[in-house]
Design a protein. Structure first.
Length: 160
């Protein structure tokens, strides 16, 4: 796997790193775990199977008016929603400003517009402060090892 940014021994947790292999660019956060993937020849394709499965909500809410996505990564889901759900306004919440910069610079995340707003914020805190904010909440927040624990609590689900 060719690295665009060098791995460092003892990499800092949540440090943004990028690699490429076989025409796919990957995002990593302080480990070799793949957080996001983008096919260079088709930046809007959902390369990772888990991102495709996250769209299962469309079976129940095929045209959400407002959607909140917690966790940006490379922006695969945000790009797909922006392209394919033209009537959906989405807010993407990302805690790590370096991830936002990386998604915009290396993963073709569109600029904010009337349908896409990327905010540097803690998703659990933001959702708690914005009741009835949306029709759909997508939780896709991970650190370099696991799902963000704050987003898997009874308190978070009660807020959501």
């Amino acid at each position: 796997m060719g690295l665009l940014s060098r791995w460092r021994r003892g990499a800092v947790e949540n440090e943004v790193q990028i690699s490429e292999e076989d025409g796919i660019r990957y995002l990593h956060l302080g480990s070799d775990t793949i957080q996001s993937g983008m096919r260079m020849s088709d930046p809007h394709e959902l390369v990772l199977s888990y991102t495709r499965s996250m769209l299962a909500f469309l079976l129940f809410a095929p045209e959400p008016a407002r959607l909140v996505n917690i966790g940006l990564g490379g922006g695969s889901l945000a790009k797909w929603i922006h392209r394919h759900l033209a009537a959906t306004q989405q807010v993407v919440l990302e805690l790590n400003p370096a991830v936002i910069t990386c998604a915009r610079t290396y993963f073709h995340l569109p600029r904010d517009d009337k349908r896409l707003l990327v905010i540097e914020a803690d998703g659990a805190v933001w959702v708690d402060a914005h009741p009835a904010c949306c029709d759909v909440i997508m939780v896709d927040a991970y650190d370099g090892r696991a799902h963000a624990a704050e987003l898997a609590t009874p308190a978070f689900y009660a807020s959501a």
